[in-house]
Design a binder for this molecule. Structure first.
Ligand code: SF4
Length: 329
């Protein structure tokens, strides 16, 4: 297991654990974040600029999170029915390699699954086998997306320095498949001029096809002032200048709950998405473009949190194939 470089600070959670999310496709699905801050330190992370995000790469762990979550679910004063499923990791990652954090992640997921509530998660961490055993006991109620933008180790070190290596994330996919757990891959963000080279994408799709991944969701980077600042501080000048030049002149927009975002020019994006879809299709992989992050393009819904999977499970039609159908909502 990799070790985390950040400091872990233990505290207690005062506000409700189940929180609404403002991101388009996750709206109406409550989210759980087991900590504030994230040791993975992705250079493109929007959550690092949140008002309450800890400075200096610290991670604040909510030591009472499981107890509080159970209290919220089982409170006699609770008016709402339990959610069908809960989304993990909208602003941190449950699989950061700190023992205390992993224990809390495990406890929270177990508490939900034991109540018949589904767990949907996106991670760039390495998933310990105890979690796979837990998920395997509730296969219809778990959906895991692995975030993987490139197989290149140099880009991993620069862009996601604390996250699991690309090989470890491929290993997650392998072990999830063996454990019978529904899984998919999210390639997001693709960084223009950096991680979208044809050969790199072909290598990634080929590796995913070998693991029988048939469906990925994908989007280019959405630039915000805070992300640009992180890139200028943390990337080599040649990278940050190249990225900046690709977005130069793009108007400010309102995308994914933020009013200060810049998208790549739409014509450029559309052309590249088409080429990437063709690269995926050559390996038998369907590429779904994230609609929330491309509201100006007519693209499908990428189903970030596995809505289709949970709907299929609810209607008694759970099965691997139903996961891979393009969502119709
Ligand atoms: S894993 Fe997610 S939450 Fe953690 S730093 Fe990377 S983008 Fe941010």
């Amino acid at each position: 297991m990799p070790t985390a470089k950040a400091n872990l600070v233990s505290g207690s959670r005062q506000s409700p654990v189940l929180q609404p999310v403002s991101i388009g496709c996750l709206k109406e699905v409550p989210a759980v974040n087991v900590a504030r801050g994230c040791s993975f330190g992705c250079v493109y992370c929007y959550a690092r600029s949140y008002r309450h995000a800890p400075a200096g790469g610290e991670v604040y762990l909510y030591a009472n999170l499981v107890e509080q979550l159970c209290g919220e679910l089982d409170s006699p004063r609770r008016r709402k029915p339990w959610p069908r499923y809960v989304s993990f990791n909208t602003s941190t990652d449950s699989f950061q390699p700190f023992e205390e954090l992993l224990e809390i992640s495990y406890g929270a997921m177990k508490a939900l699954l034991e109540r018949g509530i589904g767990v949907s998660l996106l991670t760039k961490g390495w998933i310990p086998s105890e979690f796979l055993d837990l998920f395997a006991s509730h296969p219809a109620n778990v959906f895991v997306k692995i975030g993987l933008n490139s197989l290149r180790e140099d880009l991993h070190q620069l862009y996601e320095p604390g996250a699991a290596s690309p090989e470890q994330r491929l290993d997650n996919l392998r072990r999830l498949e063996r454990a019978g757990i529904r899984r998919s891959v999210r390639i997001d963000p693709l960084v223009p001029g950096i991680s979208d080279g044809v050969e790199d994408l072909q290598a990634l799709f080929r590796a995913l096809a070998r693991l029988e991944i048939r469906d990925v969701s994908l989007s280019y980077l959405i630039l915000r002032p805070a992300i640009l600042g992180q890139m200028r501080r943390e990337l080599p000048l040649s990278h940050s200048r190249l990225i900046e030049s690709r977005y130069a002149g793009s108007p400010l927009d309102r995308v994914a709950a933020s009013s200060c975002t810049q998208l790549l020019p739409s014509g450029w994006r559309e052309g590249f998405y088409r080429r990437i879809e063709a690269l995926g299709a050559a390996e038998g992989i369907q590429v779904e473009i994230c609609r929330c992050k491309n509201p100006d393009l007519s693209v499908g819904l990428c189903d970030l949190e596995g809505r289709a999977a949970f709907r299929a499970a609810t209607s008694g039609g759970a099965g691997q194939l139903s996961l891979f159908r393009r969502a119709s909502v």
